[in-house]
Design a protein around this ligand. Structure first.
Ligand code: ATP
Ligand code: MG
Length: 406
């Protein structure tokens, strides 16, 4: 990797057209974006949004129908297959289903791309030991994939993807098959890959929780287009697109849903407001000060503050008791500091325009049918291409393929 430009990956008006049941459609539609060298970049969207297609364009498992892609300062659009193999060798990839070779030991799996790249045996052995140690499974070297837990298998996947020192790691739903705790462990490992090895990581996910935990920036995709792009904290604090709002609210759960608000109103008939709490905005203490300065009594009845990219984020719903004038003045003052949603009283209720309503994710009007699973033979060929930098069309990945040592 040359390390000359700040963009590790640059999409310029990229389109990928497939022919579906209803004719041609753009799975990726006019995408322009830069993935910065050394960042953890998230791509989030519902099923069928085009996330996997977008990342598969980076390592040329899919070829663009329009526009150009640069990887590490070099245009990969229109490169011959031989040159694409070189590009792929600088890009590691991990998968939801791990895609390990069941007949090989753990060490054998990690060694595989090194064998393909013709590393000498001693160098391979040392590298495998180093990688096993890095991902924390040195004691599993001789075991088979079937003897490992999902989290351990993904560690093997990561070690294998890192074997030949790539500059980019693509993670397509890498934690989607894991339980929440194991997900956190694997995300911590991806963070370590980024921080200690300086590898640019591209994380594809449909879970905002993943984005919130490790990504620096995020692109939200819908119907092949990037509908929102920004640093993760700002996207959480100020989601503009409806799809982004749904993702954020389904994750943060700091605001009462429509139903929860109805229940709250029964128990708390006075004036309700929801106040956003950000690290640079209103703290709980400041809210209390504003209320008492206006002779309003307030109590917290709903809410939560969690971390987004290691910074505090959330909101609190308060019940306010006081004269309408005092309450109105308090709300005006608070609006000078932060976002305030006025929910009114039980008698004169106001709706939260962004309230999360469970079920809307599946009922959403723009829902697309889930992507069809890839045929097994194609998956196998791609797996081989990924782990060995081999032509996806080559059915015999270990035979006859030459690549210099890296
Ligand atoms: N090789 C292909 N041929 C035809 N259509 C395809 C092909 N690959 C993907 N698609 C279609 O392109 C659209 C985007 O698919 P893609 O796999 O990129 O979505 P995704 O966002 O990764 O979805 P998921 O979250 O389900 O993985 C879908 O409608 C899918 O069916
Ligand atoms: Mg996908």
């Amino acid at each position: 990797m040359s390390g000359t430009t700040s963009a590790m990956v640059r999409f310029s008006d990229v389109t990928k057209t497939f022919v579906g049941d209803n004719g041609p459609f753009n799975a990726v539609d006019g995408v322009t974006l830069d993935i910065t060298r050394g960042e953890i970049f998230g791509v989030i969207g519902y099923s069928g949004a085009g996330k996997s297609t977008l990342v598969r364009l980076i390592n040329a498992l899919e070829l663009t129908s329009g526009g150009t892609i640069e990887v590490d300062g070099r245009s990969i659009t229109g490169l011959p297959e031989g040159a694409l193999r070189e590009v792929r060798a600088g890009i590691g990839m991990i998968f939801q289903q791990f895609n390990l070779l069941s007949s090989r030991s753990i060490a054998g799996n990690i060694s595989y791309p090194l064998e393909v790249a013709r590393w000498p045996k001693a160098k391979r052995k040392a590298r495998v030991a180093e990688l096993l140690d890095f991902v924390g499974i040195s004691d599993k070297a001789k075991q088979r994939p079937s003897q490992l837990s999902g989290g351990q298998k993904q560690r093997v996947g990561i070690a294998r993807a890192l074997a030949t020192n790539p500059g980019i790691l693509l993670a397509d739903e890498a934690t989607s098959a894991l339980d929440p705790e194991t997900t956190q462990d694997v995300l911590a490992l991806l963070k370590k890959v980024n921080a200690e090895l300086g590898i640019t990581v591209v994380v594809i996910t449909h879970e905002m929780d993943v984005v919130k935990t490790i990504c620096d920036r995020v692109a939200v995709m819908e119907r092949g287009k990037v509908v929102e792009l920004g640093d993760v904290y700002s996207v959480f604090a100020n989601p503009r697109h409806p799809a982004t709002r749904r993702f954020v609210e389904a994750t943060i759960k700091d605001r009462p849903s429509k139903d929860a608000l109805e229940r709250l109103r029964r128990r708390h008939p006075h004036h309700l407001i929801t106040v956003s709490v950000h690290e640079d905005g209103t703290s709980g203490g400041r809210i209390t000060d504003v209320l008492s300065a206006n002779s309003v009594q307030g109590s917290i009845i709903f809410g939560g503050i969690s971390e987004v990219t290691e910074r505090p984020f959330g909101s609190l719903t308060w019940e306010l008791v006081g004269t309408p004038a005092d309450i109105a003045r308090s709300i005006e003052t608070l609006k000078g500091y932060t976002r305030v949603v006025d929910l009114g009283t039980a008698e004169h209720p106001l709706a939260d325009p962004d309230a999360y309503a469970p079920g809307t994710e599946t009922d959403r009007p723009d829902a697309q049918s889930p992507s069809a699973p890839l045929p097994l033979d194609r998956l196998a060929a791609e797996n081989a291409a990924q782990i060995g930098g081999i032509d996806p069309g080559n059915p015999n990945p270990l035979g006859g393929f030459r690549k210099g040592n890296r």
